[in-house]
Write a protein that binds this ligand. Structure first.
Ligand SMILES: [Ca+2]
Length: 472
């Protein structure tokens, strides 16, 4: 086979006016350089409503004729609450050559810091991979903004985020629907600073396990496993030792944070990382060498029932294992006293969700990820939901047991601002009784999901079973 010889350029598409800018290899677009307005719910979920037009590389291919594997790499610094969000200038060197260098100058709008991000794009014949090398320079013009007791607290270091990248196709869809994307990945793997290999199974809740606080010099962080398509972040030089990772359970985005001492803030800073393919054999070796997954608990549970639109609550997920099957479903979460997954009584089988307690007041089971902000089919303003469940009660007092729906917003200052739309409430003792709630569209602005709630307000025992969720 002839070796691949790239010809890189930053091309501008034509149309009604100058259009999108794409990094291209010959005629093939391989990554989009964008600074477009990001709307809700993504604006709130990914940028905390702090960066309306983020400067990013999106839809990055890592191999010629490959599919995009990295959905986005942010090209700005997130300095606690300040962001180098304002583009100042952009230079390109090496048009129509085997190495393209893109320099992006941006600033924090108040004048606290200036970012110079240098992307050097190469092709590595041995890896069969494009290599996007990012040098993340930062000059802090007013280090005092960070070097004070409020920002530093009592620790010796301050962590500043140099990027927050995220992947294509991770996680998989929450529920099955026509035209859904294929779920491909099950683990994040990393070469840590102490020489051990870290693993995180993808199941949304395992993002709570301790994540790497440093990486090996030249170490890799790999999303696995899809033959020939395992994207890797490589930490270059001292950046590995300074970098801590945190992974968001919302979208498996990687918060890459570098630690600095007070004195370091007074000098120019630079972190370097690369985005490229991880060879299949290497991904397999990392998986084999990985340390065991620590126990993962939520409210004392190591296993939780999974959300499905038609559910008898028979399927569960161990929180220290990756999800199985074609989707990445979310679990139902117990909230408050007496909520447990019942495995010896149900309406049509042995399984149901249960609340049993003697105290007054509410306990709930909730699932807040039904929506296109949580990987279902795209919403239109005409969307609405009809949800039913069967409820059995024994000596329920207080205000009784019900099903409720509400529109949900994550991340915002006041996320829980929409009303509960409740079904009929059952008090006392009832055999299985079907209750139903409808919530019409359009969803309020910035809403990213529908929250389903199974609630008992008062003492007694309630079983919930045979849930049906209909998208209207
Ligand atoms: Ca059942």
């Amino acid at each position: 086979m002839m070796p691949h010889r790239p010809t890189f350029a930053l091309r501008t598409a034509g149309g009604a006016c100058a259009g999108e800018q794409w990094l291209c290899d010959g005629e093939e677009p391989i990554a989009c350089l964008t600074r477009a307005t990001v709307d809700q719910p993504e604006q709130n979920l990914r940028y905390f409503n702090q960066n309306l037009k983020p400067l990013e590389l999106r839809q990055m291919k890592l191999a010629p004729k490959g599919r995009p594997l990295v959905a986005g790499v942010q090209l700005f610094w997130n300095l606690r609450t300040l962001v180098t969000s304002e583009l100042v200038d952009l230079w390109v060197e090496g048009h129509e050559s085997e190495q393209l260098v893109l320099t992006l100058l941006s600033r924090e709008p108040g004048g606290v810091a200036t970012s110079r991000r240098v992307l050097t794009l190469d092709y590595d014949e041995g890896l069969g991979s494009y290599v996007y090398d990012f040098a993340c320079h930062l000059e802090i013009h007013s280090p005092e903004v960070f070097d004070n007791p409020r920002e530093f607290g009592s620790g010796p270091n301050l962590a500043l985020q140099y990027s927050d990248p995220w992947y294509c196709d991770a996680p998989g869809p929450t529920v099955e629907f026509p035209g859904m994307w294929r779920k491909r990945y099950s683990h994040l793997l990393a070469e840590q600073g102490d020489g051990t290999v870290w693993q995180m199974p993808l199941n949304h809740l395992a993002t709570g396990i301790p994540s790497p606080q440093s990486f090996k010099e030249g170490g890799l962080l790999v999303l696995a496993y899809d033959e020939g398509n395992n994207p890797a972040f490589e930490f270059v030089g001292p950046t590995g030792g300074r970098t801590a990772l945190s992974v968001c359970n919302w979208g498996y985005d990687l918060h890459l944070l570098a630690r600095y001492t007070r004195d370091e803030l007074y000098h120019p800073l630079c972190e370097r990382f690369r985005v490229r393919l991880c060879p299949d054999e290497m991904a397999r070796q990392l998986r084999a060498a990985a340390a065991p997954v620590p126990q993962v608990e939520y409210a004392g549970c190591t296993e939780l029932p999974l959300y499905e639109r038609q559910s008898s609550f028979a399927r569960g997920q161990r929180l220290d294992e990756p999800t199985q099957g074609p989707t990445d479903p979310w679990p139902w979460l117990p909230q408050g006293e007496g909520a447990r997954w019942c495995r010896d009584l149900g309406r049509s089988d042995q399984y149901s969700l249960m609340i049993a307690k003697e105290s007054a007041g509410p306990s709930e089971w909730i699932m807040d990820r039904e929506g296109d902000g949580a990987w279902t089919q795209k919403w239109t303003p005409g969307i609405g939901f009809r949800v039913s469940v069967h409820i059995k009660t024994k000596k329920v007092g207080g205000r009784g047991s019900c099903l409720a729906l509400r529109w949900d917003v994550h991340n915002e200052y006041n996320p829980e601002r929409y009303p509960y739309v409740c079904s009929q409430k059952l008090l006392g003792t009832h055999d299985w009784t079907r209750v139903q709630v409808e919530i019409p569209g359009p969803p309020p602005p910035a809403v990213n999901a529908l929250c389903l709630i199974l609630r008992q307000d008062g003492p007694g025992t309630t079983w919930f079973d045979d849930l049906e969720v209909e998208v209207l």
